[in-house]
Ligand binder design. Structure first.
Ligand code: NAP
Length: 277
């Protein structure tokens, strides 16, 4: 594995800058990230399909219903927090030529090759691109981000100081910084995150519930079911549709289930023939 994990990702020796961050997609995860950015003193503003004016007013975050003034605002960073499934539609509907200055585009999608490809395709060449995946969410990160992984690839970064300042948001919260290619991320995530979400969804389909005689391992299953079904179905299906390694893992899961079932049935028939002798 070519990934590297480090406590400091800053390749710039300058102190981190305070950033003006424009958030596209102000749903659950966009709001969750914004709170920490505001706490750290960065300036945030947001745009989204849904009107979040009231919520933004409470958070003191300017909300732009119209994407043009949002793009024309003086953003150092545009942070893409839309669903995986809507990424292309959202970016293609933005008049990106209205950008007034060189900007760092960052995405936080739970798949990585797809946003990397879309961003490289739609953005003007002078825009920097950083692909990230915070491997935590509002539930797992509710008591802080210490030791939680932030996976990232500097896809096209010319302004190292600005990029380091953005990564510093996560470093300063104690995140484990994991630099990894988008391809490698998707390979590993298909076998870890997508697998755990699939099993959580299967358990939910079965309607498993906590009992008065839970074993520790059953409690783990109940927690898995709850944490995966807290995420939207759009997120789960995005993990499958836009990660080219996920389909193979789903087939592996199916085949492994069948193998375990066959072993049990074989053993049962052996036992039955023994007891009938
Ligand atoms: P999500 O269901 O994946 O995405 C919801 C966001 O997508 C909302 O901002 C929503 O906008 C926007 N959206 C959905 N469909 C749209 C459409 N057709 N047109 C325009 N916007 C659309 O839920 P999420 O948990 O907030 O996740 C956001 C992103 O963060 C995803 O890419 C996800 O993979 C990533 N992420 C999530 C977590 C997590 O724990 N939740 C962790 C790491 C990364 P409106 O709210 O305006 O409708």
């Amino acid at each position: 594995m070519s990934s590297s994990s480090s406590s400091s990702s800053s390749s710039s020796s300058l102190p981190p800058q305070t950033l003006k961050i424009g958030i596209v997609g102000f749903g659950t995860f966009g709001q969750f990230l914004a709170k920490t950015m505001i706490k750290q003193g960065h300036t945030t503003r947001a745009t989204s399909r849904t009107d979040y004016s009231q919520l933004c007013h409470q958070l003191d975050v300017p909300f732009f219903r119209d994407v043009i003034p949002f793009l024309e605002a003086d953003n150092d960073v545009i942070l893409i927090c839309t669903s995986i499934l809507s990424l292309s539609e959202v970016l293609n509907s933005m008049p990106l030529r209205r950008l007034k200055r060189h900007t760092l585009f960052v995405d936080v999608l739970s798949v990585k090759e797809h946003p990397r490809n879309v961003l490289l395709q739609v953005l003007p060449e002078n825009m920097d691109v950083l692909c990230t995946h915070p491997m935590f969410g509002p539930e797992s990160g509710k008591n802080g981000w210490k030791d939680l992984p932030l996976v990232y690839e500097k896809v096209r970064v010319r302004d190292e100081t600005r990029c380091s300042s953005f990564l510093h948001i996560f470093e300063s919260e104690g995140c484990r910084m994991v630099e990894m290619s988008c391809e490698e991320h998707d390979k590993v995530a298909a076998r870890s995150q997508f697998l755990s979400h699939s099993i959580g969804r299967i358990l939910a389909e079965m309607g498993i519930e906590s009992t008065s005689m839970n074993t520790k391992s059953f409690e783990t299953l109940v927690k898995l079911k709850e944490s995966t079904t807290n995420d939207s179905f759009d997120l789960f299906s995005g993990l499958f549709i836009h990660n080219r390694f996920a389909q193979q893992e789903l087939m592996n899961l199916e085949q492994s289930f069948e193998k375990v079932k066959q072993r049990l049935l074989k053993k049962m028939s052996e036992q039955q023939s023994l007891s009938s002798v």
